[in-house]
Design a protein around this ligand. Structure first.
Ligand code: ADP
Ligand code: MG
Length: 234
Protein backbone atom coordinates (compact mmCIF):
# COMPACT_ATOMS: atom_id res chain seq x y z
CA UNK A 1 0.00 0.00 0.00
CA UNK A 2 0.98 3.62 -0.25
CA UNK A 3 1.55 3.89 3.49
CA UNK A 4 3.83 0.89 3.44
CA UNK A 5 5.78 2.37 0.59
CA UNK A 6 6.27 5.63 2.49
CA UNK A 7 7.35 3.71 5.57
CA UNK A 8 9.84 1.58 3.65
CA UNK A 9 11.30 4.72 2.07
CA UNK A 10 11.78 6.16 5.54
CA UNK A 11 13.44 2.95 6.65
CA UNK A 12 15.86 3.05 3.80
CA UNK A 13 16.81 6.63 4.64
CA UNK A 14 17.44 5.57 8.24
CA UNK A 15 19.35 2.54 7.03
CA UNK A 16 21.38 4.64 4.65
CA UNK A 17 22.16 7.05 7.46
CA UNK A 18 23.19 4.29 9.86
CA UNK A 19 25.48 2.75 7.26
CA UNK A 20 26.96 6.17 6.57
CA UNK A 21 27.58 6.88 10.25
CA UNK A 22 29.26 3.52 10.73
CA UNK A 23 31.52 4.19 7.76
CA UNK A 24 32.35 7.77 8.73
CA UNK A 25 33.21 6.79 12.29
CA UNK A 26 35.13 3.67 11.35
CA UNK A 27 37.71 5.60 9.29
CA UNK A 28 38.97 7.80 12.13
CA UNK A 29 38.74 4.83 14.52
CA UNK A 30 40.91 2.68 12.24
CA UNK A 31 43.42 5.47 12.01
CA UNK A 32 43.43 5.94 15.81
CA UNK A 33 44.01 2.24 16.30
CA UNK A 34 46.96 2.37 13.92
CA UNK A 35 48.58 5.24 15.76
CA UNK A 36 48.09 3.59 19.15
CA UNK A 37 49.78 0.46 17.79
CA UNK A 38 52.69 2.58 16.57
CA UNK A 39 53.01 4.18 20.00
CA UNK A 40 52.80 0.74 21.61
CA UNK A 41 55.64 -0.42 19.41
CA UNK A 42 57.71 2.43 20.83
CA UNK A 43 58.23 4.62 17.76
CA UNK A 44 60.31 7.79 17.84
CA UNK A 45 58.79 11.27 17.38
CA UNK A 46 55.58 10.48 19.16
CA UNK A 47 54.61 14.15 19.30
CA UNK A 48 53.73 14.32 15.61
CA UNK A 49 51.11 11.60 16.07
CA UNK A 50 49.29 13.29 18.90
CA UNK A 51 47.83 16.09 16.75
CA UNK A 52 46.60 13.62 14.13
CA UNK A 53 44.99 11.53 16.85
CA UNK A 54 43.25 14.59 18.30
CA UNK A 55 42.02 15.54 14.82
CA UNK A 56 40.56 12.06 14.34
CA UNK A 57 38.80 12.22 17.70
CA UNK A 58 37.42 15.63 16.74
CA UNK A 59 36.00 14.16 13.54
CA UNK A 60 34.07 11.59 15.56
CA UNK A 61 32.99 14.32 17.97
CA UNK A 62 31.68 16.56 15.17
CA UNK A 63 29.72 13.72 13.59
CA UNK A 64 28.12 12.70 16.87
CA UNK A 65 27.17 16.24 17.87
CA UNK A 66 25.55 16.84 14.48
CA UNK A 67 23.72 13.52 14.75
CA UNK A 68 22.14 14.49 18.04
CA UNK A 69 19.86 16.79 16.05
CA UNK A 70 18.53 13.97 13.89
CA UNK A 71 17.26 11.90 16.78
CA UNK A 72 15.01 14.70 17.93
CA UNK A 73 11.33 14.29 17.08
CA UNK A 74 9.04 17.15 16.11
CA UNK A 75 10.21 20.30 17.84
CA UNK A 76 8.97 20.62 21.35
CA UNK A 77 10.10 23.95 22.78
CA UNK A 78 8.32 26.39 20.49
CA UNK A 79 8.15 29.98 21.55
CA UNK A 80 7.53 33.27 19.82
CA UNK A 81 10.95 34.55 18.72
CA UNK A 82 12.02 37.69 16.90
CA UNK A 83 13.75 36.74 13.66
CA UNK A 84 16.00 39.83 13.70
CA UNK A 85 17.29 38.88 17.16
CA UNK A 86 18.15 35.30 16.17
CA UNK A 87 19.92 36.52 13.03
CA UNK A 88 21.92 39.15 14.93
CA UNK A 89 23.03 36.51 17.42
CA UNK A 90 24.31 34.08 14.80
CA UNK A 91 26.03 36.88 12.85
CA UNK A 92 27.87 37.92 16.02
CA UNK A 93 28.88 34.30 16.47
CA UNK A 94 30.21 33.86 12.93
CA UNK A 95 31.72 37.30 12.29
CA UNK A 96 35.16 36.37 13.62
CA UNK A 97 35.41 33.43 11.24
CA UNK A 98 34.06 35.58 8.38
CA UNK A 99 36.59 38.37 8.93
CA UNK A 100 39.43 35.87 8.81
CA UNK A 101 38.43 35.18 5.19
CA UNK A 102 37.78 38.85 4.36
CA UNK A 103 34.06 38.26 4.26
CA UNK A 104 31.49 40.83 5.34
CA UNK A 105 28.02 39.81 6.47
CA UNK A 106 25.22 42.30 5.90
CA UNK A 107 21.63 41.86 7.01
CA UNK A 108 18.31 43.32 6.00
CA UNK A 109 15.66 41.98 8.35
CA UNK A 110 12.36 43.73 9.17
CA UNK A 111 12.04 44.18 12.92
CA UNK A 112 8.45 42.99 13.09
CA UNK A 113 8.90 39.38 11.96
CA UNK A 114 8.33 36.79 14.68
CA UNK A 115 8.33 33.03 14.40
CA UNK A 116 6.79 30.40 16.63
CA UNK A 117 9.79 28.10 16.72
CA UNK A 118 12.44 26.23 18.61
CA UNK A 119 15.08 28.97 18.64
CA UNK A 120 18.04 26.60 19.16
CA UNK A 121 17.08 24.63 16.09
CA UNK A 122 16.32 27.60 13.82
CA UNK A 123 19.61 29.19 14.88
CA UNK A 124 21.33 25.89 14.07
CA UNK A 125 19.89 26.07 10.52
CA UNK A 126 21.05 29.68 10.11
CA UNK A 127 24.51 28.76 11.40
CA UNK A 128 24.74 25.78 9.01
CA UNK A 129 23.78 27.90 6.00
CA UNK A 130 25.99 30.89 6.83
CA UNK A 131 28.91 28.55 7.56
CA UNK A 132 28.45 26.92 4.17
CA UNK A 133 28.39 30.38 2.59
CA UNK A 134 31.65 31.32 4.36
CA UNK A 135 33.26 28.05 3.33
CA UNK A 136 32.25 28.68 -0.29
CA UNK A 137 34.09 32.05 -0.35
CA UNK A 138 37.80 31.37 0.26
CA UNK A 139 38.70 34.66 -1.46
CA UNK A 140 36.29 36.84 0.49
CA UNK A 141 33.25 38.85 -0.52
CA UNK A 142 29.84 39.60 0.94
CA UNK A 143 27.19 37.38 2.43
CA UNK A 144 23.81 38.99 2.62
CA UNK A 145 21.00 37.79 4.85
CA UNK A 146 17.69 39.22 3.67
CA UNK A 147 14.28 38.60 5.14
CA UNK A 148 10.87 39.46 3.74
CA UNK A 149 7.36 38.60 4.80
CA UNK A 150 3.83 38.50 3.52
CA UNK A 151 0.69 37.73 5.46
CA UNK A 152 1.37 34.01 5.71
CA UNK A 153 5.04 33.33 5.21
CA UNK A 154 8.42 34.70 5.99
CA UNK A 155 11.42 34.17 3.73
CA UNK A 156 15.04 34.32 4.81
CA UNK A 157 17.64 34.27 2.05
CA UNK A 158 21.33 33.68 2.60
CA UNK A 159 23.05 34.98 -0.52
CA UNK A 160 26.74 34.31 -1.10
CA UNK A 161 29.25 35.20 -3.81
CA UNK A 162 31.01 31.89 -3.54
CA UNK A 163 31.94 28.98 -5.76
CA UNK A 164 28.35 28.03 -6.50
CA UNK A 165 27.22 24.45 -7.01
CA UNK A 166 27.63 22.72 -10.36
CA UNK A 167 24.29 21.59 -11.80
CA UNK A 168 25.24 17.91 -11.74
CA UNK A 169 25.75 18.07 -7.96
CA UNK A 170 22.66 20.07 -6.96
CA UNK A 171 20.51 16.99 -6.34
CA UNK A 172 23.22 15.38 -4.18
CA UNK A 173 23.92 18.12 -1.66
CA UNK A 174 21.02 17.26 0.68
CA UNK A 175 22.12 13.62 0.95
CA UNK A 176 23.65 12.63 4.26
CA UNK A 177 27.47 12.55 4.14
CA UNK A 178 27.70 14.18 0.73
CA UNK A 179 30.52 16.70 1.02
CA UNK A 180 33.04 18.34 -1.28
CA UNK A 181 35.15 19.55 1.67
CA UNK A 182 38.19 17.70 3.00
CA UNK A 183 36.91 17.94 6.58
CA UNK A 184 33.18 18.27 5.93
CA UNK A 185 30.59 15.98 7.50
CA UNK A 186 27.96 16.34 4.79
CA UNK A 187 25.28 16.48 7.48
CA UNK A 188 24.56 20.23 7.70
CA UNK A 189 22.01 20.50 4.90
CA UNK A 190 20.27 17.26 5.74
CA UNK A 191 19.78 18.38 9.34
CA UNK A 192 18.71 21.86 8.23
CA UNK A 193 16.09 20.36 5.93
CA UNK A 194 14.75 18.17 8.70
CA UNK A 195 14.46 21.11 11.12
CA UNK A 196 12.73 23.31 8.54
CA UNK A 197 10.30 20.53 7.64
CA UNK A 198 9.50 20.05 11.32
CA UNK A 199 8.57 23.73 11.37
CA UNK A 200 6.23 23.28 8.36
CA UNK A 201 8.64 25.18 6.15
CA UNK A 202 10.73 24.64 3.05
CA UNK A 203 14.38 25.16 2.08
CA UNK A 204 15.10 26.02 -1.54
CA UNK A 205 18.35 26.51 -3.43
CA UNK A 206 19.40 28.59 -6.40
CA UNK A 207 23.00 28.41 -7.49
CA UNK A 208 25.19 29.41 -10.40
CA UNK A 209 28.64 27.94 -10.69
CA UNK A 210 31.43 30.50 -10.08
CA UNK A 211 28.85 33.18 -9.19
CA UNK A 212 27.28 32.11 -5.94
CA UNK A 213 24.32 30.52 -4.21
CA UNK A 214 21.13 31.60 -2.55
CA UNK A 215 19.55 29.38 0.10
CA UNK A 216 16.02 30.49 1.00
CA UNK A 217 14.21 29.35 4.12
CA UNK A 218 10.45 29.66 3.94
CA UNK A 219 8.62 29.44 7.27
CA UNK A 220 5.08 30.14 8.38
CA UNK A 221 5.10 33.50 10.12
CA UNK A 222 3.29 33.99 13.41
CA UNK A 223 0.07 35.36 11.87
CA UNK A 224 -0.19 32.32 9.64
CA UNK A 225 0.45 29.90 12.48
CA UNK A 226 -2.28 31.64 14.49
CA UNK A 227 -4.71 31.26 11.60
CA UNK A 228 -3.89 27.58 11.23
CA UNK A 229 -4.51 26.86 14.91
CA UNK A 230 -7.68 29.01 14.91
CA UNK A 231 -9.12 27.02 12.05
CA UNK A 232 -8.19 23.76 13.75
CA UNK A 233 -10.22 24.82 16.77
CA UNK A 234 -13.47 24.46 14.78
P1 ADP B 1 29.44 20.06 4.64
O1 ADP B 1 29.36 21.55 4.81
O2 ADP B 1 29.95 19.36 5.86
O3 ADP B 1 30.15 19.64 3.38
P2 ADP B 1 26.61 20.31 4.07
O4 ADP B 1 25.48 19.34 4.16
O5 ADP B 1 26.48 21.56 4.86
O6 ADP B 1 27.92 19.52 4.48
O7 ADP B 1 26.84 20.71 2.55
C1 ADP B 1 26.99 19.67 1.58
C2 ADP B 1 27.70 20.18 0.33
O8 ADP B 1 26.86 21.11 -0.36
C3 ADP B 1 28.98 20.94 0.58
O9 ADP B 1 30.08 20.10 0.77
C4 ADP B 1 29.10 21.78 -0.69
O10 ADP B 1 29.62 21.02 -1.75
C5 ADP B 1 27.65 22.09 -1.02
N1 ADP B 1 27.26 23.42 -0.54
C6 ADP B 1 26.44 23.71 0.49
N2 ADP B 1 26.27 25.04 0.65
C7 ADP B 1 27.00 25.63 -0.33
C8 ADP B 1 27.24 26.99 -0.72
N3 ADP B 1 26.69 28.02 -0.07
N4 ADP B 1 28.04 27.20 -1.81
C9 ADP B 1 28.60 26.18 -2.48
N5 ADP B 1 28.42 24.88 -2.17
C10 ADP B 1 27.63 24.60 -1.11
MG1 MG C 1 27.99 22.52 6.09
Amino acid sequence: SEELLIRSEKMSVAGQLAAGVAHEIRNPLTSLKGFIQLLQAGVEQKEQFYQIMIDEIEKIDTISSELLFIGKPITDKRELEKLSKMINEIVTLLNTQAKRYHITITTSVPKNISLLCDRTQIKQVLINLVKNAIEAMPNGGNISIDATTNEDWCYVSIIDQGTGIPEYLIHKINEPFFTTKPDGTGLGLMISNKIIENHQGKLSIESTELEGSTFTIQLPCFNNQKKVSDSQAY
